[in-house]
Design a protein around this ligand. Sequence first.
Ligand SMILES: Cc1cc2nc3c(=O)[nH]c(=O)nc-3n(C[C@H](O)[C@H](O)[C@H](O)COP(=O)(O)OP(=O)(O)OC[C@H]3O[C@@H](n4cnc5c(N)ncnc54)[C@H](O)[C@@H]3O)c2cc1C
Length: 454
Amino acid sequence: MPPKAETITLIGAGLNGPLLALELVKRGFQVAIYERRPDMRRVRMSAGRSINLALSARGIYALSQAGLWNDMHRIVVPMRGRMMHSTASQITFQPYGRNESDVINSISRAELNITLMNAAEERGVRIHFQKRCVGMEMKSNVIYLQDEMTGEQESVGGDIVIACDGSASAIRGEMLKRSRFDFSQEYLDYGYKELTIPPAVGGKHALETNALHIWPRGNYMLIALPNVDGTFACILFLPFEGPDSFEQLSTREEVREFFQSRFPDASSLMPDLVDNFFANPVGSMVTIKCSPWHAEGKALLLGDAAHAIVPFFGQGINCGFEDCSVLLQLLDRHGADWGRVFHDFERARKENTDAIADLAIENFVEMRDRVGDPRFLFRKKVEFALQEKFPDRFVPKYSMVTFLRVPYASALKRGRSQERILTELCEDVDRIDELDWAKAEKRIYEELTPLESS
Ligand SMILES: Cc1cc2nc3c(=O)[nH]c(=O)nc-3n(C[C@H](O)[C@H](O)[C@H](O)COP(=O)(O)OP(=O)(O)OC[C@H]3O[C@@H](n4cnc5c(N)ncnc54)[C@H](O)[C@@H]3O)c2cc1C
């Protein structure tokens, strides 16, 4: 492996591109990446790239396989659960799982990106910055690039092209021109904006460090993820239009008043709130599904280019890194028989990426509307109690997705069955000791087989 020194061209040095590239170099391929942005290690990062991501089992597995995870501890902050903040500034902690190890890891997107680019370059990957892909000739595998500084156009070839160019993929745009290419995109009516909570006096975090903080407000929410430098990266999710929307927040006074009345404890920790608010853009969120992900046995879409999802399950990059793991496994199995590898890759991944797209939308409703609801919190307690009693069959959906690498499609299906069982068991019950355990056992054995996970 490989039979000859094949060259692989990747588009996009975001998160998936460099990770995949370094693993391909390990396997003997020559890899070049073309990236439209300047090198963020040399140029100050623009707003919109400083959000934090939550890394969990699938992402950690791929990073471990690449030999990178052990060194990342210095740039991640483990989060043990959700810390909910009510309008009256009361806080409630809801752990993510039953075990100490059930944590998700907050990491700055920029730090992760830099770590991956450094590792890729150290292993021999060439990254060409400010080269925007503007088109591709599928039959001959020629890629057209535009230099972002000079505007000059050039073309490059390569035996194989892998598009890691994110949700607005240019290569996907080319595939869209081919016949029988299925494509759907659905935007949320919500936008998001980055904000920051600076460190408290002494450099410590101003809120509990090891938690993902949420201010759920029914139709909108604010979240905050800890950084290693004592700051919190916050994201405000708000409808674009209507009452309590971005459209309504056009003056400094409106922003100040909105935060003071809706998120009083957070707003008191954000001295630069109003400046931040107007300096940062409003981002949009989209679900993209398409097929086929490959063309001519030579070009492949991977990560957000193939399946962008909304961020509410914290799985976009975990799913993308799992794409990398699966692709590499197939490559190791079949050798550089790319047509077969690409075909099997899509067959293995498509139903799972469709499932996480749907799960992410469901989690949006859960985080926004339900996490503050006492009935929801009671159901969570019942879930943990059922898991305690039937650990190989009843595993909360969140755990299957986040702490285990259960295929997303199985997690979706089992999650629906578990929801039904929970609804039946929680009807007219307000305390765990009132649960009908015989019924629980009967229903769980009827509907749920023992869980298989990698
Ligand atoms: C608000 C928000 C919060 C999120 N939170 C989480 C989270 O907690 N956990 C999680 O797992 N995921 C999260 N995600 C999702 C995650 O960010 C994406 O899934 C992930 O970045 C996708 O990686 P990628 O490499 O496919 O694309 P990207 O990271 O978007 O990288 C694509 C790269 O391609 C480059 N590019 C684009 N077009 C071209 C072109 N024409 N030519 C050359 N280069 C090009 C871009 O500049 C970029 O560098 C979140 C996303 C958002 C928006």
